[in-house]
Design a protein around this ligand. Sequence first.
Ligand code: CO
Length: 134
Amino acid sequence: MLGRLNHVAIAVADAEKAAKIYGSAFGAEISATVPLPEHGVITVFATLPNTKIEFIQPLGADSPIAKFVERNPDGGIHHICYEVPDIIAARDNLIKEGARVLGDGQPKIGAHGKPVLFLHPKDFSGALVEIEQS
Ligand code: CO
């Protein structure tokens, strides 16, 4: 079952700088800046009442978002993240229905300490989808 929209991720060259206006102009709560070397990104979150905006910045030479930021120097929407109650059941069902799971198909621990997986944009109307166990 598809749960809440956990976050929308925006990839940028400088996550802290990008998040700043959400705090100063919108008064949103801005998280600390957290490097996630195993995902090749630096993250900053703006917390909204019903979801979060995740600013991601490339970390390291082989960051999976390095090319995206190169192509979109001003930044751009990178992925959307939905919560699912059971990530393994969700993954198996998605595969059964013909969706492609990126990587080795094994969930990794994401920015919130919970297992996540990414799904191929071609199977989701051109949008990169992340699922996170709720
Ligand atoms: Co994300």
